[in-house]
Design a protein around this ligand. Sequence first.
Ligand SMILES: O=C(O)/C=C/C(=O)CC(=O)CC(=O)O
Ligand code: CA
Ligand code: MG
Length: 441
Amino acid sequence: MYRIDDTHDASLTSWVESANAPATDFPIQNLPIGMFRRAGSAEGFRPGVAIGDQVVDLLAAADAGVLPDDVVAALRACAPGQLNAFMAQGRGVRVGLRRALSQALRQGSAQQARLQPCLVAQSAVELAVPCRIDGYTDFYTGIHHATSVGKLFRPDNPLMPNYKWVPIGYHGRTSSIGVSGQSFHRPQGQIKGAADVPEFGPCRRLDYELELGAFVGPGNPLGRPVPMAEAEEHLFGLVLLNDWSARDLQAWEYQPLGPFLAKNFATTISPWIVTMEALEPFRAPFVRAEGEPQPLPYLDGAENRERGALDLELEVWLQTAAMREAGLPPERLMRSNFKDAAYWTLAQMLAHHTINGCNLQPGDLLGTGTQSGPSPEQGGSLLELTAGGKQELRLSNGETRTFLRDGDTVVLRAHAERPGFRRIGFGDCAGTVLPAVPLSP
Ligand SMILES: O=C(O)/C=C/C(=O)CC(=O)CC(=O)O
Ligand SMILES: [Ca+2]
Ligand SMILES: [Mg+2]
């Protein structure tokens, strides 16, 4: 088990000055991992770590002799643009990288001269989906989201009786997962019309969903469930995830098999994977309130009860085309906290996913489901914030929204903070809606 160590020390500062700014998402205590290349170049994407407004080129750092041998071997085993071989190694190698970089990037480090040439400005790079994602599963752990969306879709039966026993999920699609900066065309399809005869056209109720995505590190062999006591060892780290949703397509198509074309046209993730180690100081007890069903034994465990939850602030911001043209920044629509929103922990999602023998693989992505807070203004989707499209949201520039318009950019943000520790951020997860593509005749 990994616990807080000197890499979390709040007094640590870096010789990369921008990493010491109080508002940075990427202080020396974070060290998230992503895939980058110089903007506009045709070179392969390579592994990097964000520090302040810079990226440490990890292969260059390996050549400079700054990283331990097992870390270097795992990084060199990665195919271009694919972190999977590194992810497969598990916690030991990941902690080795964290400790080595924490030492080398510290103020006063003797390795500064060797590491300095391995830095590239974030403003000069482009980022990619960090690994090959063979499997993507989206859970439904946000109980406030499940209850309010359930009321809209099924007024008599909002929260199904299985909800408090089974971490509900569905298998999503990997081909349309993109990284922050992704833009996508408004989907079109079948929309429920009068008398159960559908209309065809562009989605009129386009929405976002505020989620976290957990990347799997080491996988499990087919037929061998991961017990709760080992589940955390299979988690690599977290990103933000926007599960763009076409609510009108969804309402018509979802019964009986669940989401299909309403959710597979685009999914946007943030580029930097914040490791489980960086989040260590923000673990929180997982408590089931009095009177709630206790998890079945295969979803229960001492470590999960003690520290299965995560204290993470989540936010949704919107920048409309008019705001952009007027030079106005995005505006915050809501905030929630993962520990108040999720009915199941990451470890429970992972253990449940494998209990039937299903094999997870390094680089698989588990979406948490929409993380709405307990009060109505904490909805993690427009569907909730506008009561199903019935109450317009008024923006500070005078515009209104029920659902997304073409040109809208949605930005998800997250950070963890706690007295005595540095604030850890995730960077932006931004995506923009483009107009629907007319069908060719
Ligand atoms: O049928 C329903 O109740 C709703 C299903 C979903 O919206 C699926 C989903 O993406 C769940 C989530 O993000 O929490
Ligand atoms: Ca979702
Ligand atoms: Mg999606």
